[in-house]
Design a protein around this ligand. Structure first.
Ligand code: 5GP
Ligand code: ZN
Length: 118
């Protein structure tokens, strides 16, 4: 059994503000929210990142993307939301258990303004 932090959260061994759970997926609020609403959807099965996904994860990935708008609506994000997947060190990933961020609740800047070019 994995002792990764998100595995432990999805097993209920560590506390979290859970918003959704089924046999495959778990969703919970980010501990350091970057917007008024900021939660993450994760698979219960441990996968390091999007870069490690194969055909085996196809259905799970589709399920996460279809769940995102449903949970966003439940969280009151009527005007829209941002989904974000950081992958690997080059993508700024900090927790190596695949997760999809969902952010909203305030107007978010265009994606071109997120990265400071040198
Ligand atoms: P990453 O940079 O890997 O895409 O994002 C990891 C996210 O996980 C960060 O936004 C961070 O705030 C969040 N996070 C890290 N540890 C915990 C935790 O123990 N509980 C919760 N709810 N979020 C966490
Ligand atoms: Zn894990």
């Amino acid at each position: 059994m994995s002792d990764c932090i998100f595995c432990r959260i999805s097993r209920g061994e560590l506390p979290s503000k859970r918003i959704y759970e089924d046999e495959d997926l778990f969703a919970f609020h980010d501990i350091h929210p970057l917007a008024p609403v900021h939660f993450m959807i994760i698979p219960k099965q441990h996968v390091d990142s999007l870069a490690q996904c194969t055909d085996e994860q196809q259905a799970m990935l589709g399920k996460i993307l279809l769940l995102a708008p449903q949970l966003a609506a439940e969280q009151g994000l009527a005007t829209g939301f941002r989904t974000l997947i950081n992958t690997g060190s080059g993508g700024g990933q900090e927790v190596y258990h695949l997760h999809v961020h969902v952010l909203g609740g305030q107007p978010l800047p265009a994606v071109k303004s997120l990265i400071n070019k040198p």
